[in-house]
Design a protein around this ligand. Structure first.
Ligand code: AMP
Length: 193
């Protein structure tokens, strides 16, 4: 049965760093909705053209577009054993869709890792990242909006998964190694990995 790990965290919480480590350790791909959107933008696909205005404004892309993009990605052969999902789901309707989507693969959400980082730290980290990332949406005004969108829409998802006994809260302000250690402990407890 494939393993599906969800990684939650605001922009700058360390999702990219920890996903790369999980990918190396468990051999399951890092599927980041933001990266997929950026790929579509770069290739100027129909989906990219549709999503561009939302992304440039720091708003969420509509659920139907987003879910279909994730479905297509999970059907690729390298995701046969599962995936680390980063940035998806971000809304309750997306989470509900995800249950049905993973059932198509005979899987389910095994654990939700939520990286907790204070807003001041997030702003500082992404300000540094903006110097080299070249991401228009890392600029201060868009970033502040992305964090606001994250806090208002995404935190309810934690309750959704907490109620289902799947939420593991990770102290994200510690060192990368320490955070990885907390994640290993959670994977063992929740997913038997
Ligand atoms: P990220 O790199 O995860 O911060 O995502 C960058 C942008 O892509 C977000 O600000 C949204 O515009 C869009 N996006 C990424 N994931 C989702 C999602 N699950 N639902 C809707 N929009 C998304």
């Amino acid at each position: 049965m494939p393993t599906y790990i969800l990684l939650f965290g605001a922009p700058g919480a360390g999702k990219g760093t920890q996903s790369a480590i999980l990918k190396a350790e468990y051999g399951i791909p890092h599927v980041a909705s933001g990266d997929l959107f950026r790929m579509h933008l770069g290739q100027n696909t129909a989906l990219g053209q549709l999503a561009r205005a939302y992304i440039d404004n720091g708003e969420l892309v509509p659920d139907d577009v987003t879910v279909q993009m994730i479905r297509d990605r999970l059907h690729e052969p390298d995701a046969a054993n599962g995936a680390v999902l980063d940035g998806f789901p971000r809304t309750i309707p997306q989470a509900e869709e995800l249950d049905g989507l993973l059932a198509e693969f005979g899987g389910k959400v095994d654990v939700v890792l939520s990286l907790k980082v204070r807003e001041a730290t997030l702003l500082e980290r992404v300000a540094n990242r903006a110097l080299t990332s070249g991401r228009a949406d890392d600029q201060p005004e868009v970033l502040a909006k992305r964090i606001k969108v994250f806090l208002s829409q995404t935190l309810q998802l934690e309750d959704y998964y907490r109620e289902r006994g799947l939420l593991a809260e990770i102290e994200g302000e510690r060192s990368v190694t320490d955070v990885t250690g907390q994640i290993h402990a959670a994977l063992k407890t929740f997913a038997g990995l």
